[in-house]
Design a protein around this ligand. Structure first.
Ligand code: SF4
Length: 348
Protein backbone atom coordinates (compact mmCIF):
# COMPACT_ATOMS: atom_id res chain seq x y z
CA UNK A 1 0.00 0.00 0.00
CA UNK A 2 1.30 3.44 -0.91
CA UNK A 3 0.64 6.34 1.45
CA UNK A 4 -0.09 9.51 -0.49
CA UNK A 5 0.31 12.10 2.26
CA UNK A 6 3.94 13.08 2.57
CA UNK A 7 4.62 12.90 -1.16
CA UNK A 8 5.57 16.08 -3.01
CA UNK A 9 3.78 17.09 -6.21
CA UNK A 10 6.62 15.62 -8.28
CA UNK A 11 6.45 12.37 -6.33
CA UNK A 12 2.69 12.12 -6.92
CA UNK A 13 3.19 12.80 -10.64
CA UNK A 14 5.75 9.99 -10.66
CA UNK A 15 3.36 7.76 -8.71
CA UNK A 16 0.62 8.38 -11.32
CA UNK A 17 3.09 7.34 -14.02
CA UNK A 18 4.06 4.14 -12.24
CA UNK A 19 0.42 3.04 -12.07
CA UNK A 20 -0.07 3.77 -15.77
CA UNK A 21 -1.97 7.05 -15.42
CA UNK A 22 -1.30 10.45 -16.99
CA UNK A 23 0.98 12.77 -14.96
CA UNK A 24 -1.81 15.35 -14.45
CA UNK A 25 -3.63 12.74 -12.32
CA UNK A 26 -0.78 13.10 -9.83
CA UNK A 27 -1.31 16.86 -9.73
CA UNK A 28 -5.05 16.35 -9.20
CA UNK A 29 -4.36 14.05 -6.27
CA UNK A 30 -1.90 16.60 -4.87
CA UNK A 31 -4.43 19.41 -4.96
CA UNK A 32 -7.13 17.23 -3.43
CA UNK A 33 -5.15 15.84 -0.48
CA UNK A 34 -3.33 19.08 0.43
CA UNK A 35 -5.39 21.89 -1.13
CA UNK A 36 -8.81 20.47 -0.16
CA UNK A 37 -7.53 18.31 2.71
CA UNK A 38 -9.28 15.18 1.39
CA UNK A 39 -8.31 12.35 3.73
CA UNK A 40 -10.15 9.62 1.87
CA UNK A 41 -9.63 8.55 -1.73
CA UNK A 42 -13.42 8.55 -2.12
CA UNK A 43 -13.27 12.34 -1.64
CA UNK A 44 -10.84 12.83 -4.53
CA UNK A 45 -13.78 13.43 -6.81
CA UNK A 46 -11.62 14.92 -9.57
CA UNK A 47 -10.88 11.30 -10.46
CA UNK A 48 -13.32 8.94 -12.14
CA UNK A 49 -15.03 6.29 -10.01
CA UNK A 50 -12.95 3.60 -11.74
CA UNK A 51 -9.69 5.35 -10.99
CA UNK A 52 -10.73 5.92 -7.36
CA UNK A 53 -11.49 2.19 -7.06
CA UNK A 54 -8.12 1.35 -8.57
CA UNK A 55 -6.38 3.76 -6.19
CA UNK A 56 -8.26 2.38 -3.21
CA UNK A 57 -6.83 -1.05 -3.86
CA UNK A 58 -3.21 0.14 -3.91
CA UNK A 59 -3.03 3.35 -1.87
CA UNK A 60 -4.40 5.32 1.02
CA UNK A 61 -4.19 9.02 1.85
CA UNK A 62 -2.91 8.48 5.39
CA UNK A 63 -2.97 5.86 8.10
CA UNK A 64 -3.14 8.40 10.94
CA UNK A 65 -6.40 8.20 12.88
CA UNK A 66 -7.93 10.13 15.78
CA UNK A 67 -8.14 7.96 18.90
CA UNK A 68 -9.57 10.67 21.12
CA UNK A 69 -10.01 14.43 21.43
CA UNK A 70 -9.91 16.19 24.81
CA UNK A 71 -11.54 19.61 25.12
CA UNK A 72 -10.22 22.16 27.62
CA UNK A 73 -12.35 24.84 29.24
CA UNK A 74 -10.05 27.43 27.59
CA UNK A 75 -10.87 26.17 24.07
CA UNK A 76 -7.66 24.14 23.67
CA UNK A 77 -8.08 20.69 22.12
CA UNK A 78 -5.65 17.82 22.60
CA UNK A 79 -5.63 15.09 19.94
CA UNK A 80 -4.46 11.60 20.66
CA UNK A 81 -3.54 10.14 17.26
CA UNK A 82 -2.65 6.62 16.20
CA UNK A 83 -0.10 6.13 13.42
CA UNK A 84 -0.04 3.25 10.94
CA UNK A 85 2.15 1.07 13.17
CA UNK A 86 -0.10 1.58 16.19
CA UNK A 87 2.20 4.10 17.92
CA UNK A 88 0.52 7.15 19.39
CA UNK A 89 1.42 10.84 19.26
CA UNK A 90 -0.32 14.06 20.23
CA UNK A 91 -1.18 17.36 18.60
CA UNK A 92 -2.74 20.39 20.26
CA UNK A 93 -5.05 23.07 18.84
CA UNK A 94 -5.08 26.45 20.59
CA UNK A 95 -7.60 29.06 19.50
CA UNK A 96 -6.41 32.66 19.79
CA UNK A 97 -8.02 35.97 19.12
CA UNK A 98 -5.97 36.83 16.08
CA UNK A 99 -4.68 33.51 14.80
CA UNK A 100 -5.06 29.90 15.88
CA UNK A 101 -2.04 27.78 16.68
CA UNK A 102 -1.48 24.08 16.12
CA UNK A 103 1.30 22.43 18.09
CA UNK A 104 2.50 19.24 16.40
CA UNK A 105 4.79 16.32 17.19
CA UNK A 106 7.73 15.20 15.06
CA UNK A 107 8.85 12.04 16.88
CA UNK A 108 7.16 9.26 18.83
CA UNK A 109 8.57 10.12 22.26
CA UNK A 110 11.83 12.02 22.59
CA UNK A 111 15.46 11.12 23.19
CA UNK A 112 16.58 14.42 24.67
CA UNK A 113 15.37 13.66 28.17
CA UNK A 114 14.66 17.16 29.53
CA UNK A 115 14.13 16.72 33.24
CA UNK A 116 10.96 18.85 33.36
CA UNK A 117 9.16 17.21 30.41
CA UNK A 118 6.68 14.31 30.41
CA UNK A 119 7.50 13.32 26.82
CA UNK A 120 11.07 12.61 27.94
CA UNK A 121 9.74 9.80 30.14
CA UNK A 122 8.69 7.86 27.03
CA UNK A 123 12.18 7.70 25.53
CA UNK A 124 12.24 7.82 21.74
CA UNK A 125 10.50 5.15 19.71
CA UNK A 126 11.09 6.56 16.23
CA UNK A 127 11.01 9.69 14.09
CA UNK A 128 7.76 10.52 12.29
CA UNK A 129 7.63 10.59 8.49
CA UNK A 130 6.87 13.84 6.65
CA UNK A 131 3.44 12.37 5.81
CA UNK A 132 2.70 11.60 9.45
CA UNK A 133 3.78 15.11 10.44
CA UNK A 134 1.54 16.73 7.82
CA UNK A 135 -1.36 14.40 8.66
CA UNK A 136 -1.61 15.95 12.14
CA UNK A 137 -2.20 19.40 10.66
CA UNK A 138 -4.83 18.21 8.17
CA UNK A 139 -6.67 16.10 10.74
CA UNK A 140 -6.78 18.96 13.27
CA UNK A 141 -7.89 21.55 10.67
CA UNK A 142 -10.64 19.21 9.44
CA UNK A 143 -11.84 18.40 12.96
CA UNK A 144 -11.97 22.07 13.97
CA UNK A 145 -13.27 23.72 10.80
CA UNK A 146 -14.74 20.86 8.75
CA UNK A 147 -13.06 19.16 5.80
CA UNK A 148 -11.67 21.61 3.28
CA UNK A 149 -13.00 24.77 5.01
CA UNK A 150 -10.50 27.60 5.30
CA UNK A 151 -9.44 28.53 8.85
CA UNK A 152 -11.07 31.95 9.37
CA UNK A 153 -7.88 33.74 10.39
CA UNK A 154 -4.96 31.57 9.32
CA UNK A 155 -2.89 29.12 11.28
CA UNK A 156 0.35 29.30 13.21
CA UNK A 157 2.23 26.05 13.41
CA UNK A 158 4.71 25.20 16.12
CA UNK A 159 6.95 22.12 16.25
CA UNK A 160 6.76 22.02 20.04
CA UNK A 161 4.84 18.81 20.63
CA UNK A 162 6.54 15.45 21.16
CA UNK A 163 10.09 15.06 19.92
CA UNK A 164 13.21 17.02 18.97
CA UNK A 165 12.74 18.38 15.45
CA UNK A 166 16.47 18.52 14.69
CA UNK A 167 16.89 14.81 15.48
CA UNK A 168 14.41 14.12 12.65
CA UNK A 169 15.68 16.90 10.42
CA UNK A 170 15.03 15.61 6.88
CA UNK A 171 11.42 14.55 7.47
CA UNK A 172 10.63 17.76 9.37
CA UNK A 173 12.07 19.91 6.56
CA UNK A 174 10.22 17.89 3.91
CA UNK A 175 6.94 18.38 5.78
CA UNK A 176 7.61 22.14 6.02
CA UNK A 177 8.27 22.41 2.27
CA UNK A 178 5.08 20.49 1.50
CA UNK A 179 3.01 22.60 3.88
CA UNK A 180 4.45 25.86 2.52
CA UNK A 181 3.36 25.22 -1.08
CA UNK A 182 0.61 27.60 -2.19
CA UNK A 183 -1.05 24.82 -4.23
CA UNK A 184 -1.10 22.63 -1.15
CA UNK A 185 -1.76 23.65 2.43
CA UNK A 186 -0.29 27.11 1.88
CA UNK A 187 1.04 27.60 5.43
CA UNK A 188 3.70 30.27 5.12
CA UNK A 189 7.05 29.40 6.76
CA UNK A 190 6.78 32.78 8.49
CA UNK A 191 3.88 31.26 10.45
CA UNK A 192 5.83 28.16 11.40
CA UNK A 193 8.21 27.90 14.36
CA UNK A 194 10.61 25.02 14.83
CA UNK A 195 11.92 24.52 18.34
CA UNK A 196 15.18 22.81 19.21
CA UNK A 197 16.82 21.94 22.48
CA UNK A 198 20.16 22.74 20.82
CA UNK A 199 21.26 20.22 18.19
CA UNK A 200 23.97 22.59 17.03
CA UNK A 201 25.03 21.09 13.63
CA UNK A 202 21.42 21.24 12.47
CA UNK A 203 21.12 24.91 13.53
CA UNK A 204 23.86 25.67 11.00
CA UNK A 205 22.07 23.54 8.36
CA UNK A 206 18.74 25.22 9.10
CA UNK A 207 20.33 28.65 8.62
CA UNK A 208 21.09 27.65 5.00
CA UNK A 209 17.59 26.41 4.11
CA UNK A 210 15.91 28.29 1.25
CA UNK A 211 12.48 27.72 2.86
CA UNK A 212 13.08 28.47 6.50
CA UNK A 213 10.58 28.87 9.31
CA UNK A 214 11.22 30.76 12.55
CA UNK A 215 13.62 29.20 15.01
CA UNK A 216 13.13 28.84 18.76
CA UNK A 217 15.78 27.61 21.17
CA UNK A 218 14.61 25.79 24.25
CA UNK A 219 17.19 27.23 26.66
CA UNK A 220 15.85 27.00 30.24
CA UNK A 221 19.23 27.47 31.94
CA UNK A 222 22.04 29.99 32.16
CA UNK A 223 25.08 27.93 33.20
CA UNK A 224 26.62 24.79 31.69
CA UNK A 225 26.07 22.79 34.85
CA UNK A 226 22.45 23.82 35.31
CA UNK A 227 21.66 23.19 31.65
CA UNK A 228 23.29 19.76 31.58
CA UNK A 229 21.06 18.80 34.49
CA UNK A 230 17.85 20.18 32.95
CA UNK A 231 18.50 19.62 29.22
CA UNK A 232 20.97 16.70 29.08
CA UNK A 233 21.85 17.22 25.40
CA UNK A 234 23.97 20.08 26.79
CA UNK A 235 26.70 17.63 27.73
CA UNK A 236 27.19 17.01 24.00
CA UNK A 237 26.26 20.44 22.62
CA UNK A 238 27.37 22.94 25.24
CA UNK A 239 25.72 26.22 26.11
CA UNK A 240 28.82 28.12 24.96
CA UNK A 241 28.73 26.44 21.52
CA UNK A 242 24.96 26.87 21.33
CA UNK A 243 25.21 30.62 21.92
CA UNK A 244 27.96 30.80 19.30
CA UNK A 245 25.62 29.14 16.77
CA UNK A 246 22.84 31.56 17.77
CA UNK A 247 25.13 34.54 17.27
CA UNK A 248 26.04 33.28 13.78
CA UNK A 249 22.38 32.64 12.84
CA UNK A 250 21.27 34.92 9.97
CA UNK A 251 18.03 36.66 10.94
CA UNK A 252 15.60 38.22 8.46
CA UNK A 253 14.86 41.92 8.63
CA UNK A 254 12.16 41.80 11.27
CA UNK A 255 12.98 38.40 12.64
CA UNK A 256 14.01 37.61 16.21
CA UNK A 257 15.45 34.42 17.60
CA UNK A 258 13.08 33.08 20.24
CA UNK A 259 14.41 31.62 23.47
CA UNK A 260 12.06 29.44 25.50
CA UNK A 261 12.72 29.41 29.21
CA UNK A 262 10.73 27.08 31.49
CA UNK A 263 10.42 28.69 34.92
CA UNK A 264 11.22 26.17 37.67
CA UNK A 265 10.74 27.23 41.27
CA UNK A 266 14.08 27.68 43.05
CA UNK A 267 16.00 26.01 40.21
CA UNK A 268 16.60 28.50 37.37
CA UNK A 269 14.49 31.51 38.31
CA UNK A 270 16.70 33.76 40.46
CA UNK A 271 17.59 37.39 39.71
CA UNK A 272 21.11 36.14 39.08
CA UNK A 273 19.77 33.73 36.42
CA UNK A 274 17.93 36.62 34.77
CA UNK A 275 21.08 38.75 34.75
CA UNK A 276 23.11 35.85 33.31
CA UNK A 277 20.45 35.38 30.64
CA UNK A 278 20.74 39.05 29.63
CA UNK A 279 24.51 38.56 29.25
CA UNK A 280 24.10 35.37 27.22
CA UNK A 281 21.75 37.13 24.81
CA UNK A 282 23.94 40.19 24.43
CA UNK A 283 24.28 41.03 20.72
CA UNK A 284 21.51 38.66 19.57
CA UNK A 285 18.20 40.04 18.26
CA UNK A 286 16.23 37.86 20.66
CA UNK A 287 12.94 37.57 22.41
CA UNK A 288 12.31 35.41 25.44
CA UNK A 289 9.21 33.39 26.25
CA UNK A 290 8.97 32.63 29.96
CA UNK A 291 6.96 29.44 30.37
CA UNK A 292 5.47 28.70 33.78
CA UNK A 293 6.26 25.02 34.36
CA UNK A 294 3.27 22.75 33.88
CA UNK A 295 3.24 20.28 36.74
CA UNK A 296 2.69 16.53 36.49
CA UNK A 297 2.79 14.09 39.40
CA UNK A 298 5.79 12.31 37.83
CA UNK A 299 7.89 15.48 37.54
CA UNK A 300 10.02 16.74 40.46
CA UNK A 301 9.45 20.48 39.82
CA UNK A 302 7.03 23.25 40.66
CA UNK A 303 6.41 26.34 38.61
CA UNK A 304 7.99 29.56 39.85
CA UNK A 305 5.38 31.74 41.56
CA UNK A 306 4.00 34.50 39.32
CA UNK A 307 5.66 37.16 41.48
CA UNK A 308 9.08 35.59 40.75
CA UNK A 309 8.33 35.27 37.04
CA UNK A 310 7.38 38.96 36.92
CA UNK A 311 10.65 39.99 38.67
CA UNK A 312 12.62 37.81 36.24
CA UNK A 313 10.78 39.38 33.31
CA UNK A 314 11.42 42.90 34.61
CA UNK A 315 15.19 42.34 34.73
CA UNK A 316 15.11 41.28 31.06
CA UNK A 317 12.87 44.12 29.94
CA UNK A 318 14.93 46.71 31.82
CA UNK A 319 17.91 45.57 29.75
CA UNK A 320 15.89 45.86 26.50
CA UNK A 321 15.35 42.11 26.06
CA UNK A 322 11.70 41.59 25.01
CA UNK A 323 10.26 39.00 27.40
CA UNK A 324 6.77 37.53 27.42
CA UNK A 325 5.05 35.28 29.91
CA UNK A 326 3.41 32.37 28.12
CA UNK A 327 -0.14 31.75 29.27
CA UNK A 328 -0.54 28.06 30.15
CA UNK A 329 -3.01 26.41 27.75
CA UNK A 330 -5.07 23.28 28.23
CA UNK A 331 -3.55 22.35 31.60
CA UNK A 332 -6.81 20.63 32.59
CA UNK A 333 -6.46 18.17 29.69
CA UNK A 334 -2.67 17.64 29.97
CA UNK A 335 -2.15 19.57 26.74
CA UNK A 336 0.23 22.22 28.07
CA UNK A 337 3.96 22.49 27.29
CA UNK A 338 5.93 19.52 28.56
CA UNK A 339 2.79 17.53 29.40
CA UNK A 340 2.41 15.54 26.17
CA UNK A 341 2.86 11.87 26.83
CA UNK A 342 0.23 10.17 24.59
CA UNK A 343 -2.07 9.67 27.56
CA UNK A 344 -5.51 8.32 26.88
CA UNK A 345 -7.20 10.14 29.76
CA UNK A 346 -7.51 13.86 30.43
CA UNK A 347 -5.47 14.12 33.61
CA UNK A 348 -3.13 11.21 33.57
S1 SF4 B 1 11.19 19.45 26.17
FE1 SF4 B 1 11.20 18.90 23.98
S2 SF4 B 1 13.32 18.24 23.60
FE2 SF4 B 1 13.04 18.18 25.83
S3 SF4 B 1 12.40 16.04 26.28
FE3 SF4 B 1 10.53 17.28 26.02
S4 SF4 B 1 9.96 16.98 23.86
FE4 SF4 B 1 12.14 16.38 24.07
Amino acid sequence: MTTLLGKTEEELVEFARTIGEAPFRGRQIYRAVYGRRALDIAQVTELSKDLRDKLNSIARVTETRIVDVFYSTDGTRRYLLKLGDGREVEAVFMPEERRDTICISCQVGCAVGCDFCMTARLGVKRGMTAGEIVSQVIIVLNEVYGAGNEPPHGTNLVFMGMGEAFLNYNEVMKSIRIMADENGLGISPKRVTVSTSGVIPRIYDFAEEPIRPRLAISLSATTEEQRTRLVPINSKYTLAELMKACRAYPLGERERLTFEYVMLDGVNDSDEDARRLVKLLNGIRAKVNLIPHNPAPELPYRSSPMERILSFQKILIDKDVPAFIRKPRGQDISAACGQLAARPQANG
